[in-house]
Unconditional design. Structure first.
Length: 301
């Protein structure tokens, strides 16, 4: 394939060779706002510089992801378009890695994926990983599970709790992984299984799971103390709601039972369905949590 016109601008950063690459993109699905929150945490809590900035005019549908303008009384004073940026990140301990964050491209997927491969070859990236979060009928009272893809068999064997054979809607990171696997570059994709009834809220355990996946895939330790405290408060608040609502407690208990049966290797066809093939619906659980989530939401929610 020929990449044709470049889809990125090189910002001239001095990048050491042999660093790992972490890809955190939002777009198709981001259950629990897990990837977006983790990306924001990484950018806010580390020092970083731009390595490549991808070209919005080549990759972005502006009408689908409209830029933000600041309007002050009678004039526009600021313009903030979405960004897709490759950064060199340095954490508090001086450990460095490459981080690609931003939107999933709307156009020219193959050219953008080839650009990612070019970056990996240019900077002699040691290994690549990406994280995605999807809604599944799993209980929030259990650790966030994941399915792992790619060619890093050690990670797949140890961490992939669900290994379906199915056709899935493709994402940009799937294409990147497919290309990297074909050339033998070490790559792993972590798909987090987020409780379906919390998929539209900001789920702190999902954010933590993204950061933990990065540690698992790269060996880099990240500061998460404040996030863990926030996660504990979130779960304690839901536990309080469950004590006051028998119906909600029963719904969660049903998910817990199926999850636990699956995890102890009983002959269960799936951790996500009852014997009659049904699961508690996201709507039925979310209805019980609606008031709780509303009190924790922000103005933007």
């Amino acid at each position: 394939m020929s990449m044709g016109r470049k889809v990125y601008r090189d910002m001239g950063a001095d990048v050491p060779s042999g660093l790992p690459l972490v890809i955190l993109l939002t777009g198709f699905i981001d259950a629990g706002r897990s990837v977006a929150s983790a990306s924001r945490h990484l950018i806010d809590s580390t020092s970083h510089e731009r390595v490549w900035v991808f070209d919005n005019d080549e990759l972005l549908d502006y009408r689908a992801r409209r830029p933000t303008f600041t309007f002050e009384q009678t004039k526009l004073t600021d313009y903030r378009p979405p960004e897709l940026v490759l950064r060199l990140v340095t954490d508090e301990l001086g450990v460095q890695f490459l981080l690609l964050t931003g939107y999933e491209p709307d156009y020219r997927w193959e050219a953008a994926a080839e650009a990612v491969v070019t970056a990996i070859e240019t900077f002699d990236v040691s290994a690549t990983m990406w994280v995605h979060a999807i809604p599944m009928p799993v209980p929030h009272t259990r650790p966030v599970g994941m399915t792992v893809s790619g060619n890093r068999d050690d990670l797949i064997e140890q961490y992939s709790v669900w290994r379906p054979t199915t056709e899935v809607p493709g994402t940009f990171v799937h294409l990147v992984e497919y290309m990297l696997t074909s050339i033998g570059h070490p790559v792993a994709g972590f798909v987090l299984l987020i409780p379906h009834y919390l998929a539209d809220s900001e789920f702190p355990a999902g954010t933590l799971a993204v950061l933990d996946a990065i540690t698992t895939g790269t060996g880099i330790s990240l500061r998460t103390d404040s996030l863990r405290e926030e996660g504990r408060e979130f779960l304690n608040d839901i536990a309080g709601q469950m004590k006051e609502n028998d119906e909600l407690s029963k719904l969660i208990s049903s998910l817990e039972s199926r999850h636990d049966t699956y995890m102890i290797d009983n002959p269960t066809p799936s951790p996500f369905v009852n014997d009659d093939g049904q699961v508690p619906s996201a709507e039925s659980i979310a209805a019980e949590l609606e008031q709780f989530l509303r009190t924790r939401g922000t103005a933007d929610d």
